[in-house]
Design a binder for this molecule. Structure first.
Ligand code: PLP
Length: 384
């Protein structure tokens, strides 16, 4: 069993001591993340709906955002299995990959990334720069991911390394437990009067891990009597298309996470059937635009409006689209309180890597990490 540090602020472990003794866990983030009032944004948009924001963008000064909670569980599993190296998988601009690259060394793990192309954009390039400063393997299309993941494990075995390969977004039942903890943390903040009970939680859904964890987590919080007499509805704004973000996939992962939790806690009340979970989920495809990674006008408008909140910088791939979903929901007359779950890190990226790729042709180290065929993508993404 790993030693746990600073886990007193992880309600998943403090409220469920059996889980604490059975679930490997490493502390990476600064929790609880704060709650801010979105009233200035809503007022400026001519809306009266009460709305708040859960600042998971500030989950760590190393690199924040939603992936930190997931990695607290997945890195611990990797270490428990004796791994020395973790591989993240995702698109060129993956936040999961950046979070992995920047947090893994803190727990003694090496990291590399297995990446596939996405539409070129400045925010994707910013992340690609960080990843290119570490070890990366690029594949030409996402469909080549399964054999490439297998090859990564074989390569590691040949090097006599033990490697832990994560699926995109870390979307496994265990990964989702990081967000069960997030939901319990919110419930404690509601119980402490930091915000009223949200009727609806709005967030972007990509790999489904975050939404699935929160979905089962609000039900767990309700069953434990912490808060939420009626669990809030999860309003999941698609940033990747169906079928990746089908309600069925989200609920399936949430149900499996609930079963895992019930087993760890020795408490069958914490497993929920798919019908109960489905009732608390809405999947919203109206903000996706042309698809994953393509910016939208409504997303850009939301990014400008939400900048009225101190330090809240959103991105065009994920959190801008989710924020546009908050505004659309309020404009449609939905009743509040709404809670926007802010998932994109607002921590500054390490300056040593900034702009290294854009000048890749003059940097042999970066050039060797980013294959030649990514150059065209880099040039397009760097265009103003
Ligand atoms: C900033 C940001 N927001 C939201 C999401 C969606 O979260 P999930 O993949 O857990 O559905 C991601 C996924 O990569 C992300 O990076």
């Amino acid at each position: 069993m790993l030693t746990h540090v600073h886990t007193h602020d992880r309600p998943l472990l403090t409220l469920l001591p059996r889980v604490a003794s059975r679930l490997p866990f490493v502390a990476l983030g600064d929790f609880p993340t704060p709650i801010d009032d979105l009233a200035p944004v809503m007022r400026d948009a001519g809306l009266t709906t009460p709305a708040f924001v859960k600042r998971d963008d500030r989950s760590s000064p190393v690199y924040g955002g939603n992936k930190v909670r997931t990695l607290e569980v997945l890195f611990a599993e990797a270490l428990e299995q004796g791994a020395t190296h973790v591989v993240s998988t995702g698109a060129f601009g993956t936040n999961h990959g950046v979070a992995t690259a920047l947090h893994a060394p803190r727990v003694g793990l090496d990291a590399s990334a297995l990446l596939f192309p996405q539409p070129a954009s400045p925010c994707a390039l910013e992340n690609f720069e960080v990843l290119a400063a570490h070890e990366l393997h690029a594949i030409p299309h996402w469909s080549a991911l399964p054999p490439a993941m297998l090859a990564a494990s074989v390569r590691a075995r040949l090097r006599d390394e033990r490697t832990y390969v994560m699926v995109p977004g870390g979307a496994t039942p265990r990964g989702a437990l990081g967000y069960v903890n997030g939901a319990l943390e919110l419930a404690q903040q509601v119980a402490a009067g930091e915000l009223p009970e949200p009727r609806t939680i709005v967030l972007g859904v990509g790999s489904t891990c975050t939404t699935a964890g929160l979905l089962v987590g609000v039900h767990v919080a309700s069953r434990l009597g912490l808060a939420f007499r009626t669990p809030p509805t999860l309003h999941a704004v698609r940033v990747t298309p169906w079928p990746v973000t089908s309600a069925r996939r989200i609920v399936g992962l949430a149900a499996r996470a609930g079963h895992l939790l019930a087993e760890l806690a020795d408490d069958p009340r914490l497993a929920f059937d798919a019908r109960a979970l489905t009732r608390s989920l809405r999947v919203d495809g109206s903000q996706l635009g042309r698809g994953y990674g393509y910016a939208t006008e409504s997303g850009r408008d939301a990014i400008t409006r939400f900048a009225a909140i101190e330090g809240l910088t959103l991105d065009t791939t994920y959190s801008g689209k989710a924020a546009a979903g908050v505004l659309a929901l309020a404009r449609s007359g939905a009743r509040g309180p709404l809670l926007f779950w802010s998932t994109k890190s607002t921590a500054p990226l390490p300056s040593s890597t900034t702009s290294s790729v854009t000048s890749a042709s003059s940097s042999p180290t970066v050039a060797s990490h980013a294959p030649w065929w990514t150059r065209g993508w880099i040039r397009r993404a760097a265009r103003p």
